[in-house]
Design a protein around this ligand. Structure first.
Ligand code: V47
Length: 383
């Protein structure tokens, strides 16, 4: 579906009790790009209905009433990780008691488990394992492709791509070519966290830095793979860090056009080294969605990931700038280790109900946002 093919539907008129928002609303209505200062003003405004009105205007301009979801499955091949990020409750040091690493046969078998509906996407992310060779990951992907050729493989965050290239003693470009040859179809958006060095040093010191993440994304797009982007919020970052993060993504997108979706991820502190921090609030979650929609004018989609923000909040987000609520997921581990209380998966019909009750029209998509049509347990993708 073309980003500009859906008509504008003027809805009521803009009203606010916050005068700072007036000039921003004029820009949004005229389709003009917002500045760093506009981003700060949006974050700092208490008038969430006015901010949401603007975000909804943009969302409806792009997608009308459509709300996207998919039928996907997460696979986390290992939780062994060298990075020891303070933000993370999932990764374990090699040799710790509760580590796991899937044998390839086990990963291939897991992929086919728990399916009540044919999945269209495998979402594969995992720890930075110090010993698994580059070939393990390529064999994992090619084995999945052989067994489930119809399923799109969205695998390896920018952090993993950079790590795997290093492990395989090759350039990032070469690693991307090998990934593509093995069957990787696109990349997920994780590992971006917050680009600002000051924050990154504290929450995820041993990962690639912000500029390396952005450069790896740029190379991924130039290699012909699309990817997503994320931002982890609700920890020790401030408004400036968030606006900076969003505008850096916008700049790469101006150059490559390779990002599909932006997903703000709310920090879950439980079982992490930042466990003393409070959880994000509803206002914070809704604000992230709306401000992202407004600043990322060159991103087609903003996803409110129901696993992170709860199904109820994801549903409301569909009226505050989001047009996507992710998918069935089936087996989420990363946030559940960090105390998420949401279910580890959701049925297709329940996702559709959330969307319909928000007054939107459910649109089952594949990973590349093409329409999926179903006939019981099989599906076809309209290209
Ligand atoms: O990069 C880790 C985050 C991300 C915690 O591309 C945490 O479609 C909150 O990126 N609290 C991985 N967040 C997940 C991810 C993702 C999820 C859904 C869809 C897509 C997509 C991508 O999870 C990590 C990190 O930012 N994370 N630990 C935590 N304690």
């Amino acid at each position: 579906m073309s980003i500009s093919s859906l008509g504008t539907r003027p809805r009521h008129s803009f009203q606010t009790d916050d005068p700072v928002l007036e000039p921003i609303a004029e820009k949004v209505q005229a389709g003009e790009r917002l500045s760093f200062e506009d981003g700060l003003a949006l974050y700092r405004s208490g008038d969430i209905l006015a901010v949401g009105w603007m975000a909804n205007l943009v969302r409806e301009r792009l997608h009308g009433d459509l709300a996207f979801f998919n039928v996907n499955r997460h696979i986390n091949p290992t939780n062994v990780c060298i990075a020891s990020c303070r933000l993370c409750a999932f990764g374990r040091k090699k040799g710790s008691a509760d580590t796991y690493t899937m044998a390839l046969e086990e990963a291939w078998e897991t992929a086919g488990k728990g399916l009540t509906e044919a999945v269209t996407e495998f979402h594969i992310v995992g720890g930075l394992h110090p010993d698994l060779p580059f070939e393990y990951f390529m064999d994992l992907v090619s084995g999945l492709k052989k067994r489930y050729p119809q399923v799109h493989i969205k695998a390896f965050t920018m952090v993993e791509v950079a790590f795997l290239a290093k492990r395989g003693k090759m350039s990032i470009v070469e690693a991307l070519e090998r990934m593509k040859a093995a069957g990787v179809d696109s990349c997920p958006g994780g590992g971006a966290e917050i680009f600002a060095d000051r924050v990154r040093h504290i929450i995820c010191d041993h990962k690639i830095d912000g500029s390396e993440w952005l450069e790896t994304a740029r190379l991924t797009h130039l290699a012909g793979l699309r990817s997503n982007a994320t931002m982890l919020y609700g920890h020790i970052e401030n408004d400036e860090d968030r606006v900076d993060h969003l505008l850096k993504l916008r700049a790469v997108q101006d150059e490559t056009g390779g990002f599909q979706t932006f997903i703000p991820l709310s920090f879950h502190p439980e079982n992490t080294a930042l466990g003393h921090l409070p959880k994000s609030t509803g206002m914070m979650d809704i604000k992230q969605i709306a401000v992202s929609r407004l600043l990322l004018d060159n991103f087609a989609h903003i996803k409110s990931y129901w696993q992170m923000v709860t199904p109820k909040m994801a549903q409301i987000s569909l009226r505050f700038g989001a047009d996507d609520i992710d998918g069935t997921v089936i087996e989420e581990k990363i946030y559940h280790d960090a105390g998420a209380s949401t279910p580890q998966g959701m049925r297709r019909q329940d996702l559709m109900r959330l969307i319909t009750e928000a007054g939107r029209v459910p649109f089952e998509r594949d990973t590349l946002y093409r329409a999926v049509t179903r006939d019981e347990a099989s599906f076809t993708v309209a290209i």
